[in-house]
Each structure stands twice: as C-alpha cells, then as structure tokens.
Design a protein around this ligand. Structure first.
Ligand code: DHB
Ligand code: MG
Length: 219
C-alpha cells in the first residue's frame, strides 16, 4: 500500500520537474491497454535515467527488461542522434507494444529491441561495442547473472543502475522465501563484494510505494 502523501508528493515533483509528454503518456496508455503490469519506472525515475545518460554522455545504453518501452524512450531521448539503446524483452507481445510506442516517439532508429530471455540474448552481445550505461530491470531472480553481463559488456566507467532494491523493506529479510527478494539480496551482495563494481543504493518512496535502486560504476 502506498501512503497517499507519498503519491501526492511524487505527483507534485513530477508536475514541477518532469511535466507531460504525449509520447510517454501514449506509451503508458498502450502498455495498460495491452494488460501489462503497471511496474514501469515512475516519471521522476525515468527522468533520472534520462539525466544519468546525459550527464555521463553515454552513447550506448543496454536495458534488460523493456516492458512497454517507457524507460526505453526516456533513455533513447538522451543518447543523442548517433546513440543507441539495445533493450531486451522476454515477452514478444510486450516487445511489439514497445516497438510501436518507441517508433511513435520518433526515436525508433536508435532503439534495437532484442526479443528473448536476457540470459540467451546477452551472450550474443559479447564482442560488440561496449555499453556506457546498463539498466537492469527484469526478472529479479537473474539479477546476479545480469550484473555479471553488465560488467562484461561494459568498460571502466560504465554506469549500472539496478531497479527495485527496496521491495517495501523486505530486502532486510535474510530468511525470505520470495525469490525476487532472494535475487535482489544476492545482487546487492555482489555489488558490494565483486571488485568489478563500486556501488551504492538509494531507497525511494513515491507512486510505486517503497522501493529504490542501486547505482554502480564498473571499475
Ligand atoms: C516488479 C518488478 C519491477 O521491475 C518493478 O519496478 C516493480 C515490481 C515485480 O516484479 O514485482
Ligand atoms: Mg523495476
């Protein structure tokens, strides 16, 4: 349950700093109409991803978990004309909706959607140009696999953002049997211990309740 004031304050911040955008609104409408869960990043978080790409001057972005393409559009707008977003989506139906929304947003030429399980698609990206920013937002059970690939497909300085590290505070429960909690705890442990990363995490409250994200740099 999301306290009403969390939602109201998040809506206020989005109104002040993010505003409304026809293509992003249409992407959410299409995603809802297709029956996808409303688990896309919050508007203020989409804008944060956009700003991280701009601040770091990232040209090549990898997204694991496209859903309806909402965060994809935010990041694709930030990579610039010669930039590229490769986004991986396991559900072909989701990918089709995302394709339509991304094309309608006018940045379709910058976005490559790879349909398949990320565990199968990621090895096919090996040997290509490295990615400057990786956003991990797919099945939480595979988070450590995705972080490993983020390090392998990145370079020193690559930014890694991992979504959903708060989970209503369940993240502290080492005895949890929730596979999403287990997968996220394993990812946080990896970000702390694996010498390939230097990381921190921030909890968030807002329209999606109590959650958060980790931010890391590939060392
Ligand atoms: C879930 C997944 C997400 O990526 C998210 O942002 C929120 C919830 C989920 O699977 O429960
Ligand atoms: Mg998420």
């Amino acid at each position: 349950p999301t306290p009403a004031n969390w939602r109201a304050a998040d809506d206020y911040l989005a109104e002040m700093l993010v505003g409304h955008d026809p293509a992003l609104d249409a992407a959410l409408t299409a995603q809802r109409a297709a029956g996808m869960p409303a688990i896309e990043v919050a508007p203020v978080s989409g804008k944060l991803l956009h700003l991280l790409v701009r601040i770091s001057r990232a040209r090549r972005v990898l997204e694991i978990g496209t859903l309806g393409g909402y965060s994809t559009i935010w990041m694709a707008r930030a990579v610039g004309d010669g930039g590229r977003v490769v986004t991986i989506e396991a559900e072909p139906g989701n990918a089709a909706v995302a394709r339509g929304s991304i094309d309608a947003a006018g940045i379709g030429d910058r976005v490559e959607i790879r349909v398949g399980r990320a565990g199968d698609v990621l090895p096919t990206l090996d040997g290509g140009e490295p990615f400057d920013l990786v956003f991990v937002d797919a099945d939480k059970e595979s988070n450590t696999l995705y972080l490993d690939w983020a390090a392998r497909l990145g370079h020193p300085g690559t930014i890694v953002v991992l979504d959903n590290i708060g989970r209503d505070g369940e993240i502290v429960d080492g005895a949890s049997t929730d596979t999403k909690v287990i997968g996220t705890r394993a990812a946080l442990e990896m970000l702390g211990r694996d010498p390939r990363f230097d990381a921190t995490a921030l909890q968030t409250v807002g329209v999606k309740g109590w959650d958060g994200f980790a931010v890391a740099v590939v060392v």
